[in-house]
Design a binder for this molecule. Sequence first.
Ligand code: FMN
Length: 325
Amino acid sequence: MISPPVAKEISIAPMMERTDRHCRYFHRLLAPDVRLYTEMVVAQAVIKGDRQKLLRFDPVESPLALQLGGSDPALLAKAARIGEQWGYDEINLNIGCPSDRVQSGRFGACLMAEPEIVAASVNAMGEVVSIPVTVKTRIGIDDHDEYEYLAHFIETVAAAGCTMFIVHARKAILKGLLSPKENRSIPPLHYDVVYRLRQEFPELRIVINGGVRTTLDAKLHLKEVEGVMIGRQAYSDPYWLTELQGLLLPVGAKWKAPSRESIVKQMAEYAGRELSSGTRLHHISRHMLGLYSGQPGARAWRRFLSEGAVNPDSGPEILLESLRH
Ligand SMILES: Cc1cc2nc3c(=O)[nH]c(=O)nc-3n(C[C@H](O)[C@H](O)[C@H](O)COP(=O)(O)O)c2cc1C
């Protein structure tokens, strides 16, 4: 069974080195119903690596998707099965990431050139799990940048059972000198291409991603497609998540946003629990530096927190003290 969730949705994008379990716990306090994604985990690592380290999460993080990287259907199926057993709500396959390391292992955006492999992977995963298997992709890669190519890719993968696609509305340039960072800003955004997919594949759930920075942007996209996925802006201004939660129907209508201060206090309690099992404060607090973004005193808060938390002996009281700034 590979059926997707039904209501319109807002999600926070998978981001390596960012959306780890501490970040997701923090985001969950800010927005109880946005969908969260892990950083990409390579299928092989899920199978052979330290699962406790790679897969562990707090139940409050749900709804939570495990993002996998890989191109071997059998390995992906094994990893997806393990993900389901660990309690994830969705398995997402990364077909959008342009980094070199990822190209050499044949995962990520380069697989847009091989729709049959992606389809076989989706099919293999769908056969062994009962949670939704979804795909995150770009609108094209290199010379494969016409709509017809994208439509063929989507059609092929959908035929294997994927009914939800998250589409980053810019192509990836792999045969160039663009860094992964440049590949997230230089190729232009073409939201119209994603909207067209929605029109031409009405049976699929299409989630749009790329460059969404304001509540108005999100609202406009939600009129056209089933969901919006937000990465960088949500990370740098996390309190914005409380506003995004308000857009989610029907839960948003009754939503009362928590204050920043109450979030910090809850994070101090979380840090207290985590530090007793060996986590360093900095690993938690680094995700919180943008909490006061745009507010008076934001810079002092950021400085106090980043300087205070690097000391290996720092405890959760640093978070509470930071409120004075
Ligand atoms: C630091 C960083 C790490 C990322 N890591 C991943 C990843 O692991 N998997 C993935 O599919 N996309 C990854 N992305 C891409 C984002 O998921 C998203 O597609 C991209 O940032 C565009 O959305 P935005 O404009 O809202 O940030 C990453 C982006 C950033 C900034």
